[in-house]
Design a binder for this molecule. Structure first.
Ligand SMILES: [Zn+2]
Length: 167
């Protein structure tokens, strides 16, 4: 099994260049393999490279080590002359979100820990798992979840029928 499959499963979006170990911290040096990207504003596909940039999201622990990625990602020119976005950064759906400092899979794990254990016990569990997360950051992840509003009523409770009987 090659290292890319070990880290990213079936996705071929990334290439693992190196694994650097410092104490109990493992840094995976990763590079995007994309040859182009769709503009997030107008959706036109671009292959005109502008520059590179680095992101350093925290990831799930591995082999009893903290893990973070050092991702070399790309910026692209938007080729649509009508678009107001001239330059954009590539997107990594299912792995990282823009401006997020953790991978999606780590964030999902932190959400599960926060919901099951709460802030302070969750923080203690994270410490034993070699994940850096404070109780306040765990609670913040729970509060940031989007709760959808039901568009229609699926069921009527027993109290509703009592109201009708009184009329
Ligand atoms: Zn555009």
């Amino acid at each position: 099994m090659i290292s890319r499959e070990l880290v990213f499963g079936s996705s071929d979006q990334f290439e693992v260049l190196a694994v650097l170990q410092t104490g109990d911290h493992m840094v995976l040096s990763v590079q995007s393999r994309s040859e182009g990207c769709a503009c997030p504003l107008c959706n036109m596909f671009s292959t005109k490279l502008h520059s590179y940039y680095f992101r350093k999201p925290k990831d799930l622990p591995a082999f009893d080590n903290k893990v973070s990625l050092r991702l070399r990602a790309k910026k692209w020119y938007c080729l649509n002359t009508q678009c107001i976005r001239k330059i954009f950064t590539e997107r990594f759906h299912h792995f990282f979100r823009p401006y997020q400092r953790t991978t999606d899979r780590l964030r999902e794990k932190l959400l599960n820990i926060a919901v099951l254990m709460g802030g302070r016990p969750g923080e203690k569990l994270c410490r034993t798992l070699h994940i850096s997360a404070s109780s306040s950051s765990l609670i913040r992840i729970v509060h940031q979840q989007v709760v959808s509003n039901p568009s229609s009523v699926d069921a009527i409770g027993i109290d509703d029928s009592r109201i009708q009987e009184r009329r």
